[in-house]
Each structure stands twice: as C-alpha cells, then as structure tokens.
Design a protein around this ligand. Structure first.
Ligand code: PEP
Length: 272
C-alpha cells in the first residue's frame, strides 16, 4: 500500500507563520472531529491564510481526522509516539505508523507525559528523533513547574530540556521543528503566564538555539501553551517571539478554538 501523502507541512517555507494547535488530550469524540471539520468547511479556515491550524486528537481519531480534514488545509498529528522504530513494545505506536495516517507533526515531551508517565529528557529526546527520522515535525514541549519558577530555575529547566534533544539529535534537527513553551503551572489551571513572562522564556529558547544555529533559531516556531483562550490570545500572540499557541481545554470548543485562530489571522495581517 502506498503511504498516505502528508498534508501541507505546517512550517516549511512559511517563515514563522502563526500556528494554532489544539491538544485534545484524552478528550473528544468522532463527532467532535466531524464538528471541527464542518466548522472549517463553513469557510472560516479559507480566510485563515496567515495561520496554520493543527489538531492533536487521541490516536483513535487520527483516521477520522485524515478523512475529514485532509482537504481543509488543517494539519493533524499525534499527542505521543514511541521512541522505538518497531518491535515488542505492547501498547506503543511508532512514528512510521503515524505517518501512514497523514500526521504532519507529533507532540513530544508534553508535561503530562513527563510528570504522569515518567518520561525523562532522554526518552523525550529519542521520541523527537524518531519523529524527525520518520519525516514529520516534532513539537517539543518544555516548561517549568511552579516550585521551579519560584526558585528562579525556569531557564535552567528549559535549557536542560532543550539540551537533551540537541545532544541526541543535533541543532539541524530543529530545522522546521516547533518548540512549545508550556509552564506546567499554567496548564489546565486557568492561570496564564503574562505576555512578558512568556516572551522572556520564548526569547531565551530562541537564544539557546541561536547559540547552536542562528538561522534555524530565527525560523523556529515557539508556541505558547497554558490556558490560552479567546480572552488572552491577542496579548500573548502579539509578543515578538510567540509564534502561535498550543491550546488544551479551549481547543475542545470549536467556537473558542476558531476564535483564537481568527485572532491570530488578524494579528498576522496587522503586522504586514
Ligand atoms: C496543553 O495541555 O497543552 C495545554 C496548553 O492545556 P490548557 O490550554 O488546557 O492549559
């Protein structure tokens, strides 16, 4: 069987085009995928030419995403992947399998994977590399916990998380990749980093990558995640180093998700 062609790449050739992604976590339904596809077919996304939308539904809904979103311009991806290519790893899903379902990108190192499922920096780095080697875009999630922020360790934590991937995969693996800064204390809590707090860490991330490769750093997408929604999207997305958002709770509501996408589109238009 021929591999399913990938949908348009969310990043390549689009210099820091704003990216708005929805991480459904273990939520949603087949009907939810269909409702999102219907909202897009309504015409809203046709006007979103300055924004790339991405959906990260649970694994089981990826075939439906492929069926329903294939022609829409919205990309889709998985929330997790095995770091192994294949073999006796019961319950795991490989990067190559995700590619067969048209995934353009894959989340790696989401804080829930790190904290609830014990994924350490080395495991996350292997997953990043597996996604890259399968020809997809890794979306590397990094971020500090509340105690780490309070101890002034935010930059140390983020630097360590980035370095693990740089050590295994090299700076070139970040070409066309995406980093999502998601302060753990802001995920699912309703607390959002202030635009200034987020901007500081985003600039730090870009700066760390620039030490390894300035050109790759300049075109890197750095998304903000942590209780982003219609009400706060504009001020966050307006920051110079924030290239889009990774939305959890707000992505489960089609209207809310589309409102953030439209906010991103307007900002991108205003900035040209
Ligand atoms: C997330 O889980 O990636 C996330 C950002 O969640 P929320 O928007 O609900 O904080």
């Amino acid at each position: 069987m021929d591999p399913t062609p990938l949908p348009p790449h969310p990043v390549r050739g689009q210099r820091r085009r704003l990216l708005v992604a929805g991480n459904w976590k273990m939520n949603g339904s087949l009907a939810g995928v269909q409702a999102l596809a219907a909202a897009i077919a309504d015409g809203a996304v046709a006007r979103l030419d300055r924004v790339q939308l991405v959906l990260f539904p649970p694994f089981t809904y990826l075939p439906e995403a492929q069926r329903r979103l294939g022609a829409s311009g919205m990309a889709w991806g998985a929330q997790n992947v095995s770091g192994h290519e294949d073999g006796a790893f019961t319950g795991e899903v490989s990067a190559q399998m995700l590619r067969e379902f048209g995934c353009a990108c894959v989340l790696v190192g989401h804080s829930e994977r790190r904290t609830l499922f014990g994924e350490n920096d080395a495991v996350v780095a292997r997953k990043f590399l597996a996604v890259r080697q399968a020809g997809m875009t890794p979306v590397l999630c990094v971020g500090e916990s509340l105690p780490e922020r309070e101890q002034g360790a935010t930059e140390d934590v983020v630097a360590r998380q980035l370095q693990a991937v740089l050590d295994l995969a090299g700076a070139s693996a970040f070409a066309d990749a995406v980093v999502a800064y998601e302060p753990v204390w802001a995920i699912g809590t309703g607390k959002t980093a202030t635009p200034a707090q987020a901007q500081d860490v985003h600039a730090f991330i870009r700066g760390r990558l620039a030490e390894a490769d300035p050109a790759i750093a300049a075109s890197l997408h750095v998304l903000y995640g942590g209780s982003m929604k219609r009400a706060n999207a504009r001020e966050l997305l307006a920051m110079p180093d924030i290239d889009g958002g990774l939305l959890g709770g707000a992505s489960l509501n089609v209207d809310e998700f589309m409102a953030v996408a439209i906010t991103a589109q307007r900002l991108a238009q205003e900035n040209t």
